[in-house]
Design a protein around this ligand. Structure first.
Ligand code: ADP
Ligand code: MG
Length: 210
């Protein structure tokens, strides 16, 4: 049973992500304080709190409408650099899943890939620039190469993202506020890479039960 990603998993993903972001908001804030302006945890917590409220009061007949609501809400509440990037990511997931009530594992991979592409286009960051792209790109590759099992693919993505987020520490930031620090950005983990790993960890937790 349950080898596909349905409306139920989508809702649980977002609710779990919101709880995990809330739990880790001061950690994300501390990471951002080291190389940015310290608002990443608050930004993300504010956005996901608003998203949970929207989902609780809305009913969604298909994945496209649900993810569109997530994206629009993040766009209008998160702010900073991350708001438009994560907002665009979820809007793209919505476009990819429009009219669908479920996605199989390759279908979810395709949707996530389009979402990561949207982040890359909007932010113009490439691999190694010390951004969320550095967590998401290898995570997506791990997802795609791990076969048709949804629990296995999402676990591979989550583990790879966590590892890749750690590996942003020695990098020099070339995008966003952290890039203003130049060499002084070296030695600190990127907050957006950390929040991306949290989002994928939440996805894996939900899909482990799927
Ligand atoms: P701000 O930098 O405006 O305060 P946040 O603190 O919410 O916004 O988000 C910072 C994170 O956004 C960074 O850690 C980085 O991962 C991500 N980021 C910033 N600029 C870009 C970009 N151009 N492309 C991809 N990600 C980016
Ligand atoms: Mg910030």
């Amino acid at each position: 049973m349950g080898t596909s990603f349905t409306l139920k998993e989508a809702r649980s993903w977002i609710n779990t992500a919101a709880a995990d972001i809330e739990k880790n908001s001061s950690l994300l804030g501390d990471l951002d304080a080291a190389i940015g302006d310290g608002d990443h945890g608050d930004n993300m917590a504010r956005g996901f709190t608003a998203v949970v409220k929207k989902l609780d009061t809305g009913s969604f007949a298909e994945l496209g409408a649900l993810f569109k609501t997530v994206g629009m809400t993040l766009l209008s509440t998160v702010g900073g650099a991350a708001g438009p990037l994560y907002g665009g990511f979820f809007l793209t997931l919505g476009k990819q899943s429009a009219g669908k009530t479920e996605l199989d594992t390759p279908g979810l991979a395709t949707a996530l890939e389009a979402g990561v592409q949207d982040i890359k286009h909007r932010g113009k960051a490439v691999l190694g620039d010390k951004t969320m792209v550095d967590a998401l790109t290898p995570a997506l590759a791990a997802f795609k190469s791990s076969g048709d099992s949804l629990p296995a693919a999402t676990r591979a993505a989550a583990e790879t993202a966590a590892d890749a987020a750690e590996k942003t520490s020695p990098l020099l930031a070339r995008k966003g506020r952290a890039s203003y620090l130049g060499e002084r950005s070296i030695g600190h983990k990127d907050p957006g890479a950390a929040s991306s790993a949290i989002l994928l960890q939440a996805l894996a937790k939900v899909c482990a039960r799927a």
